[in-house]
Design a protein around this ligand. Sequence first.
Ligand SMILES: C[S@@+](CC[C@H](N)C(=O)[O-])C[C@H]1O[C@@H](n2cnc3c(N)ncnc32)[C@H](O)[C@@H]1O
Length: 259
Amino acid sequence: MSTLPQADRPIDDVQGHWLLARLGKRVLRPGGLELTTQLLDEVHLAGAEVVELAPAIGRTATLILAAEPAGYVGVDADPSAAALVVGERGRIVTADAADTGLPGGSADVVIGEAMLTMQSPRGKKAIIDEAVRVLKPGGHYAIHELGLQPDDLDPAIADESRKALARSIKVNARPLTAAEWTALLTEAGLEVEWVGRAATALLQMRRNLADEGVHGVLRIAWNLVRNPGARRRVLSVRRTFTRYADQLTGIALVARKPA
Ligand SMILES: C[S@@+](CC[C@H](N)C(=O)[O-])C[C@H]1O[C@@H](n2cnc3c(N)ncnc32)[C@H](O)[C@@H]1O
């Protein structure tokens, strides 16, 4: 990818994931690479027709392609997404995930990470419906998003955490509880088969070493040292995640379209 999305925006306005990407972070989803790996292990990628919604810089696309699917299509609203990573081995469509233009019943697996959380309730439903349309009967929809816990979380605290997130990451994030994510998928006609969780340790050292490697962590640290504005914002995002550490969780679900 030549230029990151929002590269021309001032550091104070850029959305949290693009801020982190600008600093050199490659894993941009709440449960980290470990939860992604667990999620991918739950679906059969080898020989499958795979559609990824919102590949962004293509970190998961690389993992999917390594599993040798029969085909890979990435769909991202941003034209600078993943093309370089995918190369000849798949194709990238620039489109809204709610209206991919892909043929119905064409995918064995649809995967989407860190992209439903940022949609309105109506937007979430439209994307899930589109995933169901694109899936073959018996196919699987795999998601990795931001969760709230426990299922009976006080609505006032849920609301407060959403507002704090929106302020610090500059994205109108609307995380849901496991019960709410499950209900959304079930209402779209899917059967939830698996739920996984991982702490939202996005900005903690151990997670970053696991996700980005030593070189990646040094690259991010160097960029933070050089850029006080970015450092201030990252610390603010980190404070929000720390404050709501008990309520926020990385959550992944696999749901099957009935045959
Ligand atoms: C937080 S990034 C996550 C990227 C990647 N899946 C990951 O986990 O590293 C969000 C991505 O979702 C894409 N996106 C958001 N809403 C979208 C929509 N309605 N249709 C297609 N892509 C969308 C953005 O362009 C961006 O690339």
